[in-house]
Every structure is written in C-alpha cells, then in structure tokens.
Design a protein around this ligand. Sequence first.
Ligand code: HEC
Length: 218
Amino acid sequence: MSETHTQALWWASESFWRKMAIWVTAGSFVVLIFLTFDTVKQITAGTKRVPAYANALNHRIDYVFDAKRNFQVPVIGVEEPLFGKKLTEEEAEAMVSHGKLTTQAKNCMNCHTLLGNGAYYAPDLTKAWLDPAWGSSAAREQAMVDFLMHPELAAHNALGRRMPNLGITEDEARATVAFLKWMSSIDTNGFPANFKPIDQADAAPVVEPAAPAAPAQQ
Ligand code: HEC
C-alpha cells in the first residue's frame, strides 16, 4: 500500500525534478539568447530609440512632452549641425566614438552617471547637452568645449562641487561634446525624470519623432 502511495506522488519524484531542472535551464537559455539579440537590435544606432550618429549631430535635439507616454522624449529637429559642419554617417560615428573613448579613458563615470550608470558625485550626463546652464543654445557648443578643457576656471552650476582639470585636449573636448549631443537624442523612457531642457525655441521644432528634418528653410 505504501509502495503505491509513493509512486502516485509523481511530482515528488527525484526523476521528475531532474527533468524539470534540465528543461528550465534549457528554456531560460533559449529565452536569454532571444533577449540578447533583441537588446542588440534596440540599442543599435539608427533604430527607433537610438538615432543614427549623423542624424543626431546634424540636427537640433528637441525635448518635448509626449502626452501618451507621459514624459519628455528627444525628437530630431531642424538642421543644426554641430560646430556648424554637416557630417556624413562615417564622420559622425568616428567623432562620437572618439568622444566615448575619451569618457572611458578619463573615467568620467568615476564621478558622473551616463544613462544612469556610474557614480553619484557629479550630475548625470545623459541630457548634459540640453542643460540650461550652458546659457543659450548658440553659446552652448563653445561653452561645453571650454568647460571640458578648463572646468576648474568657473563654477558651472550651483552644485557646490568642482570638476578637476582632466587634461582634455580640444579635439577630445569637441568629440566629447558630439558624444554628449548624440547621447541626449536617445529615448531613455523619460530618464532622468523632471529634467528641464535649455530653451532652443528660436525656430519651430519638427514634432514627428525621428523624422529627418526638412532642409532648413530660413
Ligand atoms: C573627479 C570627479 C569628476 C570627473 C572624473 C569628471 N567630472 Fe564632470 N563634473 C564634476 C563635477 C563636480 C561637476 C559639477 C561642476 C559644477 O557644477 O561646477 C561636473 C560637471 C560636468 C558637466 C556639466 C554637467 C551639466 O549637466 O551641465 C559636464 C558636461 C561634465 N562634467 C563632463 C565630464 C566628462 C565628459 C568627464 C570625463 C571626461 C568628466 N566630467 C569627469 C566632476 C567630475
């Protein structure tokens, strides 16, 4: 009688749990492979959330409230080439990648967060390009280059902490600005929350998400 009873509990048998372990491991493995490919697709430049390098660098990045999603999203606006020079996709990618390498070589994440990753001593840099503290959008590019090369010369905002001089060359500073401009164009689901962007309202923004801007009509 007790023999039959043990056999009836199929779900408590060792062989059942061994099979379960194998199936769950194999199933998770397949799901992880799928998620890995899906993530790579979502974070590649030139896709819905992450604009192509030249698209971001050659246009204004507007930051507009999306009522449906209930937060602000970056929108590619009118043509407004970084440092006044329109770049090809190859040139733009090289510049952004030089800037990214600079942020890695100088370990900006030791103090800052980028897309939320890093340290909390200094401000998050995800939307640094859109920070009103640069003054006007016209003065911004040079102000950022000057600040990155000589952050010790002027307090930038009212944070009460100062960024040290990291020996950044002008080339590296310009590339870093390109990297920051491109990063600000990434749709981060509204991160960081409650960010107030710089006023760039000197021309009407194009409101179609990621629409390549019509050639400037001024
Ligand atoms: C030792 C810490 C430290 C390191 C390393 C550092 N920073 Fe900073 N950074 C700061 C602090 C502190 C501030 C705020 C300064 C102020 O408000 O005057 C700041 C401010 C900034 C700002 C202005 C932020 C904004 O939203 O307007 C930018 C841009 C910036 N840093 C970029 C960088 C980059 C790029 C690197 C790496 C190349 C870097 N920082 C490395 C401490 C650091």
